[in-house]
Ligand binder design. Structure first.
Ligand code: GLU
Length: 283
């Protein structure tokens, strides 16, 4: 029997060709492959943005309800580039434990909250960026003289923030048998460290630097990971992702990134990188 090949009428073939041309020109929406029929933050009039509320220098909620920090400033800049002024941004505290869910159910449109791009998270989140690459380090109580690197965390009580990746980096990736002590946020970790309930808080150097300014404790200065801070979007919003990547590039090119890094971490002693990070690609 002869195999029959479906013959497409000429007008269908013509439309397909037109779509190829249009998509090459960046107007996918004309072919129903983007734009209005696919949820994207790209053309929104206002934005709800998820940030942290208890991470000094990154995302802190003040008594008056306003948020401030590096992540808040980065998010404000990106929103501006997307055509959404500060007055049309709604901020929402988005702790590590709720980030994926908040994006999936639409509680927030995007997340800028020390949110590392990881392979596991990429399955359920579209990440723009990274907008910065931090490195995991460890903070210990001021009098501690025995923890010098990540291996010294063996048998020690470390903070395990729900939904955060940092304790997994130590226990699961590095296979160091530290004792995880659950906490809801990094702010809670710092209180637990001060109360003697923990030996160490191991997480991103930017987070530790923010806390170190106002809490007792010392950073051991033994970084051991790359934490690529991404802008989290609902899975599949490739148009929004590409627009945000353009905004991040502009943020570095026009000097804003360097200014914001200096503003929030200029006195921290951290070596700050002021060149645009290598993007992961939108997926
Ligand atoms: N960047 C790490 C993460 O995304 C730790 C900080 C956090 O949980 O916000 O898991």
């Amino acid at each position: 029997m002869r195999a029959t090949r479906p013959v497409r009428p000429a007008f269908v073939r013509g439309a397909a060709l037109l779509c190829t041309v249009l998509s090459a020109a960046g107007t996918l929406s004309a072919c129903g492959l983007g734009g209005a029929d696919k949820p994207t933050i790209a053309h929104k009039h206002s934005l709800t943005i998820g940030v942290k509320e208890d991470q000094p220098s990154l995302g802190v909620k003040g008594k008056d309800g306003t948020y401030q920090g590096f992540d808040v400033d980065v998010a404000t800049y990106i929103a501006g580039r997307l055509g959404v002024p500060k007055s049309r941004i709604r901020w929402r505290t988005t702790n590590s434990s709720v980030r994926e869910k908040a994006l999936a159910d639409g509680t927030v449109d995007m997340i800028v909250a020390t949110y590392s791009i990881t392979a596991t998270r990429k399955r359920v989140v579209t990440f723009a960026g990274p907008y910065y690459v931090a490195h995991q380090d460890t903070l210990v109580a001021p009098g501690n003289t025995t923890i010098h690197n990540v291996r010294d965390l063996k048998g020690r009580k470390i903070c395990a923030v729900t939904g955060s990746n940092s304790w997994r980096r130590v226990i699961e990736e590095r296979k160091i048998a530290a004792v995880p002590v659950q906490a809801p946020t990094y702010g809670a970790c710092m209180s637990d460290l001060a109360d003697g309930k923990l030996d160490a808080v191991s997480t991103d150097d930017l987070i530790l630097a923010g806390f170190a300014a106002g809490h007792p404790g010392k950073i051991i200065n033994a970084p051991f990971t790359d934490e690529k801070y991404g802008v989290g979007l609902k899975k599949g919003d490739l148009e929004g992702c590409e627009q945000i990547n353009r905004a991040i590039t502009a943020m570095y090119q026009d000097g804003t990134a360097a200014r914001l890094l200096r503003k929030w971490f200029g006195t921290s002693g951290l070596k700050l990188t002021t060149s645009v990070p290598q993007f992961e690609g939108c997926s």
